[in-house]
Design a protein around this ligand. Structure first.
Ligand code: NAD
Length: 576
């Protein structure tokens, strides 16, 4: 039995339950049929039916938002360590079902097992990473002011919507859901209609690992009905979205009436710039990896190659040879490097660029053809002789398609790299450190790698230089899913010192008479800004009974029970 056959056998077992019952929505820990009936999920490998999927509409979103709303207070108030433990349990449970997740994901999306075998583990890593942040998720700051003690803290924003794409759906769902849960938010998840299998596995795994019902709800459906309803729902306080830039714009509009907070991770048309002083073998590996792995369906892929003209011919020749050797095939065959594209619609979009490139005057140097009839397979494709104003250099193709553009000077490379509607990532290959620092300083991209392919480091900020690449909050995590509360307190120490101050007493070398006519101001000054802590303590923490000033001022002593809000307090107009 080949490895592919063995994987197909295992897959058949995992798919059985989907075939038997289809995929239901999951709301408040219960399976629910979709108000819109069902839609069908097909595999891009052979176009066969995988299963029926609940077609959620606004009514289902409403039920899920209410469930998330009802579950919110208990989840928010659960002790942090308990919430953390549940998230770690989820991570462990994901690891326990990694094979099932990987096989289902490949069959549903066309992604190859070679790359997806790790996707579940990365999903588990996301849960662990954000579990570690649970305890600090609501930490704030203590901000001193001349008059008041300010304490800021963070609170979970409430139920949030998570809307995810189809390209690596399991990993991306965990990337948004885990931080929301860690912050204490509850979630309504609307997975991509093209790849619903692993979203179902995720909610099931999470509940089995101890996530209370209603904390994570999954509603399947399409963007224009379920997705839109989620953005418009009053009980949903924020939307965390990964997908196309155009959809990100719609999400912003749809959430405007309810003043939604949006976290948007959008598209990319990312440059990789190779200078002639680079390690060309390593650069070649990285250029190939960053556009042809994960079927090129990757927002951070480097889809525009800027190659210095002094090495262009040699580099492109090697590139063509390597690209022509890439193995296209069944995604569950461990030898396969590129599987089918996710849907017929996407296949038609990607293959349309084969003609667009020729019409614009570029050369199809490798690929540019469809493979077979059964599924949505294409050969990895390289366009050469292109310029940065061609559609193949400006539009996100989101497939295994690379556009190579020559340059001669550093300035020219920089100008073309920055001339884009996107700005998510950038990759630079040079052994000239000064140039690397100069170039990266001016390259407009949220995440840049020098002499490296994309290696994610979870604590790093996720950014984008352009609204089409990444808008809303630049950092995922607690800032996206919490709101800030400030509490200002007038410290009681102010009152105790009033009498001393008014009496012009000097204690322990600290002159309380400095603002004799402004007792409260002086007291505050001493109490909160004094540089000598021991002196100010001696002056202000003395109890009224023992305070020498009490004896002197007798019945005029203001005492602990008199608040600065009293009539004589010169700060009273501020206090009110
Ligand atoms: P998409 O925008 O078409 O769909 C993404 C999700 O949005 C789906 O669940 C879809 O149903 C939903 N949706 C569609 N219209 C909607 C609407 N009007 N209101 C609410 N929801 C709506 O994207 P896709 O084709 O599934 O994914 C590919 C895109 O995702 C590419 O552009 C890619 O660059 C981007 N992406 C970005 C990142 C990132 O981190 N920046 C990561 C992966 C993918």
């Amino acid at each position: 039995m080949t490895a592919l056959d063995a994987n197909l056998d295992k897959l058949a077992t995992y798919l059985e339950r989907f075939r038997a019952t289809g995929i239901q929505n999951r709301i408040a820990g219960q399976d629910r049929a979709g108000a819109g009936g069902v839609f069908q999920d097909h595999s891009p490998v052979d176009k066969s039916l995988i299963c029926d999927v609940a077609h959620g509409t606004a009514a289902d979103i409403d039920a899920a938002a209410s469930a998330a709303h009802d579950a919110f207070a208990d989840w928010r108030d659960m002790p942090a360590l308990e919430r953390k433990k549940i998230l770690i349990n989820v991570a462990e449970a994901i690891e326990g079902r990694a094979e099932e997740i990987a096989l289902c994901e490949c069959w549903d999306t066309g992604q190859t097992l070679r790359f997806m075998s790790k996707a579940a583990l990365r999903g588990a890593e996301n849960f662990r990473f954000f579990a570690d942040q649970v305890v600090q998720a609501r930490d704030g700051q203590h901000l001193k002011s001349p008059t008041l003690m300010n304490v800021t803290t963070r609170k979970p924003i409430g139920p949030v919507g998570v809307i995810t794409p189809w390209n690596t759906p399991f990993m991306l769902s965990t990337w948004k859901i885990a931080p929301a849960l860690a912050a204490g938010c509850t979630v309504v998840h609307k997975p991509a209609e093209a790849s619903p299998l692993t979203a179902r596995l995720l909610v099931e795994i999470a509940e089995e690992a101890g996530l209370p019902p209603g904390v994570l709800n999954t509603v399947n459906g399409f963007g224009e009905d379920a997705g839109k309803a989620l953005c418009e729902h009053k009980k949903i306080k924020a939307i965390a979205f990964v997908g196309e830039s155009r959809t990100g714009s719609l999400i912003t509009k749809q959430g405007a009436d309810t003043l939604k907070r949006n976290h948007l991770e959008l598209g990319g048309k990312n440059p990789v710039i190779v200078f002639d002083d680079a390690d060309l073998e390593r650069a070649l590996d990285a250029v190939i990896f960053m556009i042809y792995s994960i079927n090129g369906e990757r927002c951070t892929s480097s889809s525009r190659l800027f190659i210095q003209d002094t090495i262009r011919e040699e580099f492109e020749a090697k590139l063509i040879e390597r690209v022509n050797n890439i193995k296209v095939g069944h995604p569950l065959d461990p030898a396969t490097e590129i599987g089918p594209l996710v849907t017929e619609e996407h296949y038609n979009k990607v293959t349309s660029y084969f003609d667009i490139a020729k019409e614009d005057g570029a050369t199809v140097a490798a690929g540019g053809v469809k493979v077979g009839e059964d599924g949505y397979f294409v050969r990895p494709t390289l366009f050469t002789g292109a310029s940065n104003d061609m559609r193949i250099a400006r539009e996100e193709i989101f497939g295994p398609v690379l556009t190579s553009i020559p340059f001669s000077t550093e300035d020219e490379a920089l100008a073309m790299a920055n001339d884009t509607d996107y700005g998510l990532t950038g990759y630079l290959w040079t052994n000239d450190l000064t140039r690397a620092l100069r170039f990266t300083d001016q390259l407009e991209a949220g995440m840049i790698w020098v002499n490296s392919e994309n290696v994610r480091h979870l604590p790093r900020r996720l950014g984008g230089s352009n609204l089409r690449a990444s808008a809303g909050m630049a950092v995922i995590g607690r800032l996206s899913f919490t709101w800030s509360k400030n509490i200002s307190v007038l410290p009681p120490v102010n009152i105790r010192s009033c009498a001393s101050a008014r009496n012009g007493r000097k204690e322990n070398g600290r002159d309380c008479t400095r603002r004799k006519n402004d007792p409260c101001a002086d007291a505050v000054d001493v109490g909160t800004r004094g540089t000598n802590q021991r002196q100010t303590s001696a002056c202000h923490r003395r109890s009224p009974r023992n305070c020498p000033s009490r004896q002197r001022v007798g019945r005029h002593h203001r005492g602990d029970l008199r608040h600065p809000l009293g009539d004589q307090c010169r700060l009273s107009h501020q206090c009110k």
